[in-house]
Every structure is written in structure tokens, then in C-alpha cells.
Design a protein around this ligand. Sequence first.
Ligand code: UQ1
Length: 437
Amino acid sequence: MQAKTKPAGKVILHRLACVYNKWCCKVLVVGGGSGGCAMAAKLSSHLGKDKVIVLEPEDRHYYQPMFTLIGGGMKRLEQSYKTMAEVLPKKAKWVKEKAMEFDPDNNTVCTSGGDTIKYDFLLIATGLQLKYEKIPGLAEALEIPNGKVCSIYSPKYAEGVYDVLRRTTGGNLIFTFPDSPVKCPGAPQKIVYIVEHYFRKLGKRDKVNITYNTALPVLFGVKHYADALWPICKKRNITVNTRRNLVEVRHAEDIAVFEDLENPGQLCEEKYSLLHAVPPMSAPDELTKCRKLMNTAGFVDVNNSTLQHVRYSNVFAIGDSSGTPNSKTAAAAAAQSPVVFRNMIAAMEGKPLTEVYDGYASCPLVTGYSTCILAEFDYSLTPLETFPVAQNKERYSMFIMKKDFMPLLYWKLMLPGHWNGPGLMRKLFGVFKPNKK
Ligand code: UQ1
């Protein structure tokens, strides 16, 4: 579709479509997660009442960055969510259905309720789906009452992680990172550090062996922080195996099967007393089946700078489903939000897109019950830090920021559309650190 100028015929056709379709809108936001909710707030406050529809089937909106802390027993699940009705902007219309079929050539999305929503602009903010079932035995193992397998990634299992932890008295504690892009790529190792500290605090560290098996070739993608994390693993006797991928869980025998990704087909078995598994993830199937919208890796094919779709000028993406090569975190969605907003408005007004996303993402790497390394970086994987302190050090201040300040910032500023990431703060603090960017 041409977003800029609409011929009269198209306008009439659009009006007619609105008569026959149940729903019709200026902007359709698919997904009411971090990016979708913040963008619906920005767009509906700019465009006015009922110009924006949010398509979101869930009742609850979870603050997912809290799940690691829940796994460590530092927060409870009830503290991590609000109702969707509470967080979605009042000026937007909430259709509590799922997007089932995308038709970008006709500017429509079909819903689970059998409706067709016609849009002028589409914002894809679906996030990722968790695919526990892709690892044979894993989904079943997670359902076993008083079992040994756990996972912070789902609200269904996050509290169970702390239950498994409290039941574990010794043996092999095994942690994984899957062979797929994941949301919050730091989380699979944050839970390792928390669990290690848990046993140290109890005076039982010598009773457990701790191993982190990651499918990645590195511990962390940004060297500046990886160089800080490797010595932490060494000092705390955490074994790290890279290029090792969980392929099966044989829960009857408490055995996890891993494949050596450097030697495909070569398997090894490990007996566990606690297995923390991170599922493979992908964009939702309903989205990936619309091949025209996706890149070859299975994410929405948008321009890395403008976040506009490379083929459909009236389609944008924000957050984890986007194909941009940044780390998938809420902080990244926050930094993307002003870019998507201003570029979408420019596209509506037929003006050139001028806003550029630099790939900013941040990851508060919690390293125990009182410390955190705040990693912040851009597309080039160079640090892009906010505070005038060495952020590659474990700090109590960053831990408090992660645990107590970030949830407030999220609910009070980000979701209502007022948080654009820490860019402005970085510039202000930049006065105190002339040598840093
Ligand atoms: C951030 O913007 C954000 O999104 C709201 C997070 O997720 C909850 C974060 O964890 C962080 C660290 C940021 C970046 C913010 C600052 C103040 C550095």
C-alpha cells in the first residue's frame, strides 16, 4: 500500500470495507506487551480516541524482567503483573482476540474471533513465543509436581524455580541457553549467578556442581562485559560450556541430553538434580506464516534504522518480533519507541522518515542477591553507558535500580508512553564523563 497519498477510489473502498468489516482503524497494534502498550499510548494520545486498535488476547500484562528475581525468591509472581485493561491506554480500542492471519497487501488482519480488522498502518509488536515443546521431554518435565526441572521464562513456571531450588540439597545443577534468538539473552545466566549465591549463603556451595551450557559461542555478546563475567564464573566455580545445546530431557532418569554444536550429532548425557531450561523461541506462528512480512531468519523484515518494513511502507515493528539485530530487551523496545512513533507519524503525513534507532539495548546482569552489572550497548556491540561510573563492575546500586526502580519506571513511565530509553539521561550524565560517549 502507498502510505503517503491515497487516491479517492482507495478512500471509498476503505470506507466500504469499514461498513462490512467489524473493525477499522488508523493504526492497528498487534500485541499488548511492552512495545505494543507504550506505542498504543503514544499513538492514541496523538491521534485521538478510537483511532488505534490493540489486538491482544491476554488478560494479564507481565513485567517479564522480574521473572529472574521471582526465580531467586526475591519477588512474588503477583508483583509482576497488572490486568491488561489497567495498562492499555483508554483512548485506544482493545480487541481481546488473537491475530490469526496477516494480509499486508490488503491491509487487513483476521482475528481469532473471526473478524477482519482493516488498518491504514500496522505496528507489529507480538513479541516471541516460547517453544518448550521443541525439546523432547521438557514440557512434560516442567509439569511434574515437585520435579527437578524449572524455567524462569514463563509466568507458569517462574515461581516453581524457587521451589525447585529450596528442594535441592546437592548434586549437579545444570543451566541452559537454547539454539535460537531469545528475549533477554542475559537472563539464562543471571539465574545461574543467583542460584550459586543462594547455595553460598546457605553454606552449602560445596554440595553442588554448577554448569552453564550455552548454545552460543560466547558467554556474552559484548566483549566489554564478557571480560567481566568470565572471571566471575571462574571465581565462583561455575563451569561454562559453549556451543552445547539441550536436545532432550529424560525426566524419568533425571538426564539432560546435549548436542555439541561444533560436532553435530555428537551427544552427551548429564545427570541433574536441578535443570533450569530456557526454551527455544520464535515469532508467533500466525505471523511467521505470512512470509511476505518476515526475513529469512523468521522475524519482521524492517529497516534497522527506521524500523519501517522494507516492503510495506505502512508496516512497522517494535520489540522482540522485529528482525533488527539488537538484543531483545524491554530497554531496546523503550529506545525504539520514539523512533517508531515519529517515523510512523511522518509516514502518515507523507514526510520523509528522519528518526534513527542505534540498536541500543541494556541488560541488568544480576550476579546474586545484592549485585548487578548494568550492560548497555548498541548495534556495534560497543558499550553505550548511561551512568558516569564503570558499569562493567558488580554494584549494589545497579541491583537496587534493577529490583526496585525499574519496575516503577516501567509501569509509571514506559507503558503510558513517556519513557524513550535513557538517551536523554546519558546526555545529561555525559557532562560528568567527558571521555565516554
Ligand atoms: C530500560 O529502559 C528498561 O526499560 C524500561 C529496562 O527494562 C525494564 C531496563 O532494565 C533498563 C536498565 C533500562 C535502561 C534505563 C536506565 C535508567 C539505564
